[in-house]
Design a protein around this ligand. Structure first.
Ligand code: ZN
Length: 175
């Protein structure tokens, strides 16, 4: 397994719309394995393929708590078939917008359809953190970041913060 470099804002690749996988094969499973490794290393709870520069509709997640066994989940071509009017407010973060957190409101429950690691089609309702996280990740597949749900001012502040942190790291590395 290989740890991939995670792209950060304002990298234009993150705005790309990803294309469907359609059929599961070893190449997609290898991508999922690499993405899980990259996500655990970061560490984070969700990652979309475009965040490692690959424009395919592939997502990995693990919502297990710190004291629980890892529970990796893989999704290909996920779709929301139905959602509910009730909204859930959650302070979101993103590996592509490091060290920036803001509240985002999304439907509390969604009916999902996706292909799993083995290529099996799954249809199920999910709620809570699962619903929040999968909707955040599915936004990535359409080139949308969680900061795109915020005001322009907050979005600019987030991007500037990431750029400044990267500049500071580059200077440190050069010294
Ligand atoms: Zn994200």
């Amino acid at each position: 397994m290989t740890i991939q470099k995670i792209l950060t804002v304002p990298n234009p690749v993150l705005k790309q719309v990803s294309r469907p996988v359609k059929t599961m094969d070893d190449q997609i499973r290898k991508l999922m394995d690499d993405m899980l490794e990259t996500m655990y290393d970061a560490p984070g709870i969700g990652l979309a393929a475009i965040q490692v520069g690959i424009p395919l509709r592939v997502i990995v997640m693990d919502l297990a708590g710190p004291d629980e066994d890892p529970a990796p989940m893989c999704f290909a071509d996920p779709e929301v078939l139905e959602d509910v009017e009730e909204m859930r407010l959650w302070e979101e973060g993103c590996l592509s917008v490091p060290d920036f957190y803001e509240d985002v409101e999304r439907p509390e429950r969604v009916k999902l359809k996706y292909m799993d690691y083995h290529g099996k089609e799954v249809v199920k309702w999910v709620d809570g953190l699962f619903a929040t996280c999968i909707q955040h990740e599915m936004d990535h597949l359409n080139g949308v970041l969680f900061i795109d749900h915020l005001s322009r001012l907050k979005r600019q502040r987030a991007v500037r913060k990431v750029q400044k942190a990267e500049r500071d790291r580059a200077i440190e590395a050069a010294e």
